[in-house]
Structure formats: C-alpha cells, structure tokens
Write a protein that binds this ligand. Structure first.
Ligand SMILES: [Zn+2]
Length: 204
C-alpha cells in the first residue's frame, strides 16, 4: 500500500486545502481559453543570484579594469576551491585561483553558480591570460567545463551574461573589450563550442 510520508505528506497538506478552495468551482464560470492563446515563454533558465554573491560583488571598490577575459576550465568538473588549490600547489601561484570569477556546471559547484575569487576580493592582477596587459587589466571569468566537446549549460550562460553585464557597468568596460582567451593568446580556450556571439548579443 502507498504511504504518504515526508515530502509527499507535506505536499498533500498543501494540495488538499487548495482543492477545497478552488477544486469545486464550476468550469462554466471560467472564461474559455481562446484557440489562439499561446502561453508566454519564460526565459530559461531564470537566473537567481544569491544575495550573498551580490553583496560580495558590491563590497569592493574596483580598481581600473579594462577588459573581461572569458575562459573554460578544460575539465569536466571543478570549483573555486579545487581549481584554486591546483593553481597554488601545482602552478605555484601564491594568490591561488588565477581567475577572478568561476561559474560552476553542476560538477563540483552548482550549475550556474558564480563563485567570487579572492583576486576580485583583493582587487589584484589575475593569472589567467598568459599576457601581461590582460592579466593586469583583465577580469578573468572561467566557466567550468571543456567546450571543445560540449556547450556550456544554459545556467552557465545566463550567469555569465548577468556577471558580464554587471562588471561592464560597474567597471565601465566597453563591449569590444569583452574577449575570449584565444583572442589574446594562442590557445583553444574557451573552446570552439563556446557561444561567444550569443553572449555578446544578450548583453544590454
Ligand atoms: Zn583560458
């Protein structure tokens, strides 16, 4: 026999009063739905920036940045902690994570989760571009994943668009200075599946 337990039981408590309230109304009282009716399409996915991340973004007075440089991690999984550990211990970078921001893909961090690196919090040079000018004046954003093999997730792109919009306004960076890593150094990064022009088209 099916037993209502845990979440199912809670759902039942929620649904039963709703049914009592609305379930008995006569269908004849509802206006008919016109044949031409098309349900509005909600933007997918909706992006939710946790207050904690937004306040972390807002907390620091940015120094003068000129560029935004977009990367992929070229790995299937990762987060600020694991990639930062690699940069510190293997690359020997004392400031750890070379990027200013990381955007998770669901493997290691939540899908679309923006992680704020200590280089943003400290407003210091990045170690991501392999190019002095772009390390000094470029904000490094890395999306977790290997976009030689696959696309970023929809949530990652939504978060990236949000973050780039925010940084553009906050730091007064022009759209032509939003670049991919491969634009400033000979590299495949961020991969040939990265939808650069779609991202630019979504900026406002
Ligand atoms: Zn890169």
């Amino acid at each position: 026999m099916f037993k209502f337990e845990g979440p199912a039981l809670k759902l039942l408590f929620f649904i039963v009063p709703l049914l009592l309230l609305y379930g008995c109304s006569s269908p004849a009282t509802k206006p008919p739905i016109p044949r031409s009716y098309v349900a509005p399409v909600m933007p997918k996915p909706e992006i939710i920036i946790p207050n904690a991340v937004q306040s972390e973004l807002d907390r620091f007075k940015p120094r003068s940045w000129k560029y935004i440089v977009i990367h992929h991690s070229a790995s299937d999984a990762g987060n600020a902690s694991s990639i930062g550990k690699y940069h510190r211990e293997v690359n020997g970078w004392e400031n750890g994570l070379g990027y200013h921001f990381l955007i998770g893909n669901g493997n290691g961090a939540s899908d679309g989760q923006i992680e704020v690196g200590n280089r943003w919090n400290s407003q210091i040079d990045g170690a991501h571009a392999g190019n002095g000018e772009y390390n000094k004046y470029g904000i490094g954003i890395c999306l977790v994943g290997n976009f030689e093999n696959r696309h970023p997730t929809d949530s990652q792109i939504s978060s990236l668009v949000y973050l780039v919009n925010y940084l553009q306004k906050r730091c007064n960076i022009s759209t032509e200075n939003i670049v991919m890593h491969c634009n400033v150094r000979k590299t495949e990064c961020p991969g040939n599946q990265f939808p650069y022009y779609d991202v630019l088209a979504r900026l406002r």
